[in-house]
Design a protein around this ligand. Structure first.
Ligand code: A3P
Length: 292
């Protein structure tokens, strides 16, 4: 690309109470007016919670057998459009979603629950929410912000750590605590939300929620295909074909582990985190695993 086409780091601003950047809000009217169909499936996450992993699982469940060529020719980010993204010189997420000819349409979003376009609720669409323990989520998001050229500059680790803990208005898409808790709360009264914790996947339960029957053989095949090492070397799912990420800075498929936070948190940070976490999560029944 020309130099002028290279993305530059964007600045956060308040958008309906959520820290946002232009690339995820520029198309807001079209996003809010997006016409969902009853069989659309929304995959919702706080960034870096395992969106790609679950997107790939769903894509394999629905299209793995019927259109194997899709797996080798179309990058996952086109098969599962990212609803709110608009980066100049590529198509917007809404455009990509509207152009999908296969059904169900699988659509990804990082929007907090209160900003999800209303037609997903009106159409009673199934939604899959993936949550990941806050410590690993933070580390993964830090590296993502470093490598994604249009994301706000993450600064150094210790300042990132502080901003994550403050929670209120410091990171793109807002506070991890608000995100996972408000989706969790919504799930209690809305039976179309399936809430998954990163790395604890029960494929049978997922199929049951989706109303899909799958053989043991099929489930085994999918479990193999979506293993971290296999996804890491699969160019159709590892984002290596995207220009907006600098893979010299970090990898998209970085480690894929529970517990990598231990390589980043100092002892003091861990204590500060745990204290803060207890406060922030005191009214939540959500439970995470911080190590395997
Ligand atoms: P790490 O940075 O900790 O490695 P998202 O898809 O929401 O952006 O999340 C990306 C995170 O999920 C990355 O975490 C990535 O490595 C991890 N991930 C992707 N595919 C995975 C898989 N098949 N198994 C485990 N982790 C996976």
């Amino acid at each position: 690309p020309l130099c002028s086409d290279l993305p530059s780091r964007e600045v956060l601003f308040d958008f309906h109470g959520v820290p946002m950047i232009h690339s995820f809000s520029a198309n807001w009217e079209k996003i809010q007016n997006f016409q969902a169909r009853p069989d659309d499936i929304l995959i919702a996450t706080y960034p870096k919670a395992g969106t790609t992993w679950v997107s790939y699982i769903l894509d394999l469940l629905y299209f793995g057998k019927t259109s194997p060529e899709r797996q080798t020719s179309i990058p996952l980010y086109e098969r599962v459009p990212f609803l709110e993204i608009t980066i100049s010189s590529t198509d917007s997420g809404v455009d990509l979603a509207e152009r999908l000819t296969t059904s169900p349409r699988l659509i990804k979003t990082h929007l907090p629950v209160q900003l999800v376009p209303k037609s997903f609720w009106e159409q009673n669409c199934k939604m899959i929410y993936v949550a990941r323990n806050a410590k690993d989520n933070m580390v993964s998001y830090f590296h993502m912000d470093r490598m994604t050229l249009f994301h706000p500059d993450p600064g150094d680790w210790s300042s990132y750590f502080k901003r994550f803990l403050e929670g209120n208005s410091m990171l793109l898409f807002g506070s991890w605590y608000d995100h996972v808790n408000s989706w969790w709360k919504k799930k209690q009264t809305h039976d179309k939300i399936h809430y998954i914790i990163y790395h604890i996947l029960f494929l049978e339960k997922l199929c049951c929620f989706l109303g899909l029957s799958s053989s043991l053989e099929e489930r085994k095949q999918i479990t193999g295909g979506v293993q971290f090492d296999n996804m890491k070397k699969n160019n159709m799912v590892n984002y290596s074909t995207l220009q907006v990420m600098d893979f010299k800075v970090s990898q998209f498929m970085r480690k894929g582990k529970v517990g990598d936070w231990k390589n980043h948190f100092t002892v003091a940070q861990n204590e500060e985190f745990d204290e803060n976490y207890k406060q922030k999560m005191k009214n939540s029944t959500l439970q995470f695993r911080y190590e395997v």
